[in-house]
Design a protein around this ligand. Sequence first.
Ligand code: PMP
Length: 411
Amino acid sequence: MTNWGPEPSRFISFEATMLKANKTRSGPARWIRPLVRDLNAYVPGEQPKVRGLIKLNTNENPYPPAPSVLKAVRAAVDGRLRLYPNPTAEGLREGLARLHGCGAENVIVGNGSDELLAMAVRCFVEPAGRVDGDGGGRHGEARSSGTTVQYFLPSYSLYPVLADTHGAAKHAVGLGADFALPTVAELKRGKAWDFGAALTFVTTPNAPGGRGYATAELETLCAAMRGVVVLDEAYVDFAKEHAMELALRHPNVLVGRTFSKAYSLCFQRVGYFVGPPVLIAAMQKIRDSYNVNGLGQVAAEATLKNLPYYREHFRKVIATRERLAAELTEAGFQVLPSQTNFLLVTPPAPAAREWLEKLRERKILVRWFSAAGLDHHLRVSIGSDGEADALIRAVRSILAETGRGRKGRAT
Ligand code: PMP
């Protein structure tokens, strides 16, 4: 596991079963493909069963969908539930095409953008076969570009899991200081970057760092790549710039978006990719026939008719983000500038993992990652103003408590 967090019992029992199966490799476990048996599954943030917790752990939007979106979903819940939805989400794709000034053939919709990220791996990357633990390719073989999923570190921790699931090779290259995107010259000089990788994921703005990237620097990188580049813009509505134009100008660029974060629709699972028709058509070929459920399509289409409502909320989230950043800085945290709906912060003593627990005791959930280089940070989603106030109160109380603790030990 690269992620750590108090996991829902579903994952604990599922993990325990798999661990047992790995050990015995007998009984039903012997039918599981070795690749699957050895896979480190992605661990999503906790969705707690206990009520009353302040959830700042999964970057959900604190504001509800527009009233007319809820109305449209309610109105669609009738006898029509027995029918299959539109298989290609045609109405939604047309709405998205109008929004982005392209054709419906430039757009594919997925069951969340996660599904499309997985489809991109299946569509553009040859499996390498049985992969070593470090993802270096077949035992003893050098990694080849055609089988490579490439991404920066840190970025979205799903990418390596998708590569492993497909039996592809994974290739991670570090970002610069403060999560800066290395320039093409730096990448060439560093020699680690694979300009021919079959598929490269760039999380922009970065997650979990929060740093935004300029379209110009992304364009220089995309133009230097010989494989497909996915610009994963899951958080871009909270950023200063987006790079959608690159998907419409470059033959190898796809831009990924989601209705989950900025449009308050995590529950419905709707994401989409925009890109060159040839790449989009190839992805359509491997899509499940009815991958986007009917209510999801209804909700997303209604969302597109209410964009000013959401834009108002982006402004509120950004304002809360900036206030929270200032108040946490004041409290002694190091706070990285963010262009997303979360902050990556380094707390003062005690260790970040202890903060996670102490905040949870005060009914506030944030996210901590065990990965090397990230384990001294906490990722805090931006909630409502009230939730930000509650977090600040909890932080002050923890600081007071640990201050008392230190005095206690000294005497
Ligand atoms: N990209 C990034 C960087 C994300 O953090 C997430 C959410 N975990 C996604 C894509 C996927 O979002 P969804 O599947 O909800 O559209």
